[in-house]
Design a protein around this ligand. Structure first.
Ligand code: UT7
Length: 322
């Protein structure tokens, strides 16, 4: 028993903001952002919320899969930027979709959120606890940014990606996950501070902070190892992979991974130029781009990999069944 992706969807906020527009907000340049990251544009939520984007992506994935919301018995949302502390984004999606038969919960595995969601769904399938799952990565990271901090605010964007996944005999061939909490201090965002009658703690909102180079080194070292391990576990050759769909943090990271794996860049589709880094939404949006553009055929082998805050990372090899 494994998991098969049977439909994908995505949603982006209306407002697109290019690098030049950011030049008027922080001390940065289009040239710096493009040359250091590859990012040219990102979408920023104005009217949209994490939940509204997640629902839109989920509806598209359900349509693409040709299933009804009633068939869903599991909804998992990877997010670090839910609109509410509770109820979860997943429970809000359940309500919006009218999916009463689903167990719904959020997971925080940052940019590996979609990969962790896929692993949990597969485990539910193996335990006969579910048959049809909706996995969503949804973020409004613009609200987590300090818009005076040029080292972070230019990198991230907002959006959501989703996949409907079904218990099947074919689909996911292997899955690798890892976490390293020891080094987690390199990428953090504070939550609400303790504030009660017994503690005097002036409320101060905290924003995302990143030691960019430490995260960069982690990614370039860990991702190729995880990819190799996933391919080994799948029992296939690296050359059999048609596309490597990596978390869209930085084109230089993707190029470094491609070089380490001795694979051509053409096998590494990217959309970070248009969307920036959307954490948990990055991988499912890229998968949806590839799927909707008709670039996947039955029998194609693809690799998905996410990595980020925690640190967390995950990789999966899939054989496309549609
Ligand atoms: O999604 C989670 C995973 N996240 C990642 O994978 C991100 C990993 N890290 C990176 O992608 C890169 O480290 C960054 C893109 C974040 C930064 O690139 P870098 O080449 O490591 O630059 P840096 O942090 O070493 O900064 C170089 C210079 C600094 O100036 P000085 O000290 O050399 O004078 C920064 O202050 O660039 C400066 N700088 C900027 N300049 C213009 C930092 N941000 C900006 C900016 N515009 N937006």
């Amino acid at each position: 028993m494994t998991a098969e992706i049977i439909g994908t969807g995505s949603a982006l906020p209306m407002l697109a903001v290019n690098n030049r527009e950011l030049e008027g907000i922080v001390d940065t340049t289009d040239e710096w952002i493009k040359s250091r990251t590859g990012i040219e544009n990102r979408h920023i939520a104005v009217e949209e919320t994490t939940t509204s984007l997640a629902v839109k992506a989920a509806e598209a994935a359900i349509r693409n899969a040709g299933v009804s919301a009633q068939e869903l018995d599991l909804i998992i949302v990877g997010t670090v930027s839910g609109d509410l502390c509770f109820p979860s984004t997943a429970c809000q999606i359940q309500k919006a979709l009218s999916a009463p038969n689903a167990v719904a919960f959020d997971m925080n595995a940052a940019c590996a959120g979609f990969l962790f969601g896929l692993a949990v769904a597969e485990a539910y399938f193996k335990a006969s606890m579910a048959k049809t799952a909706l996995i969503v990565g949804a973020e409004v990271l613009s609200k987590m940014m300090d818009w005076k901090d040029r080292s972070t605010c230019v990198l991230f964007g907002d959006g959501a990606g989703a996949a409907v996944v079904r218990a099947s005999d074919a689909g996911v061939l292997s899955m690798v996950q890892g976490s390293d909490g020891e080094r987690g201090g390199a990428l953090t965002c504070g939550n609400r501070p303790v504030n009660n009658p017994f503690v005097s703690n002036p409320f101060r909102l905290e924003y995302a902070k990143m030691e960019g180079q430490a995260v960069y080194r982690f990614a370039v070292r860990t991702v190729p190892e995880a990819v190799r391990q996933a391919i080994r576990q799948a029992g296939i050759e690296m050359s059999e992979i048609k596309y490597f769909l990596l978390h869209q943090a930085n084109i230089r990271i993707i190029e470094a991974v491609a070089k380490k794996l001795e694979q051509p860049m053409e096998k590494f589709p990217t959309n970070l130029q248009k969307y920036g880094n959307i954490s948990a939404a990055s991988v499912p949006i890229l998968l949806d781009d590839i799927n909707q553009s008709g670039r996947l055929q039955k029998g194609d082998k693809i690799l998905l990999a996410g990595f980020g805050a925690g640190f967390t990372w995950g990789a999966a090899v899939l054989e496309w069944q549609r």
